[in-house]
Design a protein around this ligand. Structure first.
Ligand code: AMP
Ligand code: MG
Length: 336
């Protein structure tokens, strides 16, 4: 998997359509995990009532993950950890332990770029559940918050299923990985209930099962980071996940620079300017989701090097430049 600089796109972008809006596809949408989640099932031979019931079960599973991993629901595992784990080990569900384990592995694989203990920094810059406005903190505030950040300070007892903080002032944030996990769980529910061809899309974190309409791979449009309703690329996927992290959803401007909601845990400062968006394809959506966040922090150079080592994943990274959007891709991206 070699990284290479591919081409420069102008401001106007190709608008290719190819999503699941087709008579052969049953599609339902629910607002979950802070986004519109769409589940589309293409199995033509399946009884429509059964299809609907199975889609309902998949949504229920996503709701279950949301209830465990939301930073906004006081009784979620995440909020209980954040309220009590500095005092005692907090017992959480196997789902939460699984996501934390994956987060630990990917923290290591990305040299610390992906870090679920960024909670204090997310809050400090005004992107967290308690924050009311986006704000730029002082260097001293950042330095202090960094003392409560780091996966080495998160103690997980896998046999007991508990989580404990090694320092005060810590908080975890699963927003960079939980949606991907929820998508995988929903796809699993569909699979267990006989569905073979479907797409689960949680606001751009997507898993494509089997084939789309007319037995062709599902076509997924990747949003252009700077052109409203524009697409940067379209990829064809089957039995593969894709997730995108972008700077166009939650951000503010500071000294004419765009301050994104993704924070570099090594410096305590949000990623600014580079890149605009990162799309990752992987065998599962949890990996794609977390790596998209991590590569957003690392940027194209370091990001593509890290992915090369991770293997079995591909990436497309869009970066603003004076000539327009530059796109970097791994050799395998778009050829899945
Ligand atoms: P995503 O949209 O999947 O890239 O996730 C972004 C969200 O993850 C942010 O809104 C934060 O809540 C959280 N986050 C920010 N920076 C990081 C980071 N470096 N590692 C893990 N999670 C992060
Ligand atoms: Mg993510």
């Amino acid at each position: 998997m070699k990284a290479k600089y591919l081409y420069v796109l102008g401001a106007a972008c190709v608008a290719i359509c190819g999503c699941a809006n087709n008579a052969d596809v049953t599609k339902q949408t629910q607002l979950l995990m802070g986004t519109a989640v769409e589940i589309s099932v293409a199995d033509p031979g399946m009884d429509p009532t059964l299809k609907s019931a199975v889609i309902g079960k998949a949504f229920d599973r996503i709701r279950q993950i949301e209830e465990l991993m939301s930073s906004y629901n006081q009784i979620s595992d995440v909020c209980r950890i954040n309220s009590f784990a500095d005092k005692r080990p907090v017992r959480v569900s196997p789902d939460t332990i699984k996501v934390i384990k994956k987060a630990q592995d990917l923290n290591e694989a990305t040299g610390g770029a992906f870090d679920i203990t960024v909670g204090p920094l997310v809050e400090l810059w005004g992107f967290g559940p308690k924050a009311e406005v986006f704000r730029a903190p002082s260097d001293e505030e950042v330095r202090l918050a960094l003392k409560s950040v780091g996966m080495d300070k998160l103690n997980v007892d896998y046999s007991e299923g508990t989580v404990n903080f090694a320092s005060i002032g810590m908080s975890i944030d699963l927003s960079g990985i939980a949606k991907g996990y929820a998508v995988d769980c929903a796809a699993e529910v569909l699979r267990q209930n006989g569905v073979k061809n479907a797409v689960v899309n949680a606001g751009g974190d997507i898993f494509c099962m089997g084939m789309g309409p007319r037995q062709r791979p599902w076509k997924i449009g990747i949003r252009h980071p700077r052109v409203k309703n524009g697409l940067l690329s379209v990829v064809s996927l089957t039995n593969r996940a894709i997730a995108t992290s972008g700077d166009y959803e939650r951000f503010f401007f500071r000294q004419k620079r765009r301050v994104s909601h993704i924070i570099d845990p090594r410096t305590g400062v949000p990623v600014s300017d580079v890149p605009d968006s990162v799309s990752i394809t992987a065998a599962d959506c949890m990996t794609a989701d977390a790596l998209a966040t991590a590569v957003f922090v690392l940027g194209p150079g370091e990001g593509l090097r890290v992915l090369e080592k991770a293997g079995a994943v591909d990436a497309m990274i869009a970066v603003d430049s004076a000539e327009g959007i530059k796109v970097y891709k791994t050799d395998g991206f778009g050829k899945e």
